[in-house]
Design a protein around this ligand. Structure first.
Ligand SMILES: Nc1ncnc2c1ncn2[C@@H]1O[C@H](COP(=O)(O)OP(=O)(O)OP(=O)(O)O)[C@@H](O)[C@H]1O
Length: 228
């Protein structure tokens, strides 16, 4: 469960990105985070994997308070959270297989388990046949699928996708959405920040709209609600 209570975030330069957020997201939900540019969506996601801490208020992720969490326990929190970015962020000199395996090698998983898990997730994102390719030999949609595989390879409870379809054409975007839906159906909470009216209005899920750092709308089976 993700719970934010009275969360304010002011960056060092004095910009207040979040202005009193109260949000509760249960395990297994699929939530779109929408809102104008600069509204605070990325800041909200950064609080979840503790790239940032709130200035005041509490952020609780699966019983862990991110403000009081000891430094040495941060990796434990991050292991429960996978992150996918708009620009993929793959390592260009590593193959597809190696990019995904890397996430398990850093946590010193056993080699047999690494091989099995990596091939399982590559199968899940339908890229088993491209395991030996380098990122620049793949299309944008394929690169995003590798980044999803990397994000879920250690079976996180939460997957955060920050504009995962922002750089992709419509057909490829739908493919990515179907993969995210499958991951969600298997029990993972999915939080997706997006500017895509078409996706939000077609694949209906809970919508949390953030404006000026505040929740202005929270609807189940919601709609995008902004003019494009
Ligand atoms: N590291 C930072 N230091 C200072 N200010 C920041 C930082 N990150 C974000 N901000 C500011 O905080 C506000 C919210 O930014 P945020 O990136 O959370 O918005 P967003 O809703 O994700 O926007 P977009 O849709 O354009 O990605 C903006 O005014 C932004 O300039």
């Amino acid at each position: 469960m993700i719970q934010m209570q009275g969360v304010y975030k002011t960056y060092r330069n004095g910009v207040t990105a979040l202005n009193g957020l109260d949000i509760r997201i249960d395990q297994g939900e699929f939530v779109y985070i929408v809102g104008p540019s600069g509204a605070g969506k990325s800041t909200f996601t950064k609080l979840i994997y503790r790239e940032e801490k709130p200035t005041t208020g509490t952020v609780i992720i699966n019983d862990m308070n991110t403000s009081t969490l000891k430094q040495r326990r941060i990796p434990m929190l991050r292991r429960q959270i996978g992150v996918v970015y708009q620009d993929f962020r793959l390592l260009p000199t590593l193959t597809v297989y190696e990019n995904v395996a890397f996430a398990l090698e850093v946590i010193e998983e056993k080699p047999d388990n690494i091989r099995r898990r990596v091939m399982d997730v590559l199968d899940q994102v339908r890229l088993k046949n491209k395991a030996r390719f380098l990122p620049d030999e793949l299309s944008g949609g394929e690169q995003q699928r590798v980044s999803i595989a990397r994000a879920i390879v250690n079976q996180p409870k939460v997957l955060i996708a920050d504009e995962p379809t922002g750089n992709l054409d419509p057909d490829t975007s739908w493919e990515i959405m179907h993969i995210l839906e499958e991951i969600n159906e298997a029990g993972t909470t999915v939080l997706m920040a997006t500017h895509s009216q078409e996706i939000v209005n077609t694949i209906r899920k809970r919508v949390i709209a953030i404006e000026d750092g505040m929740v202005v709308r929270d609807q189940s089976q919601g709609e995008y609600g902004y003019q494009m």
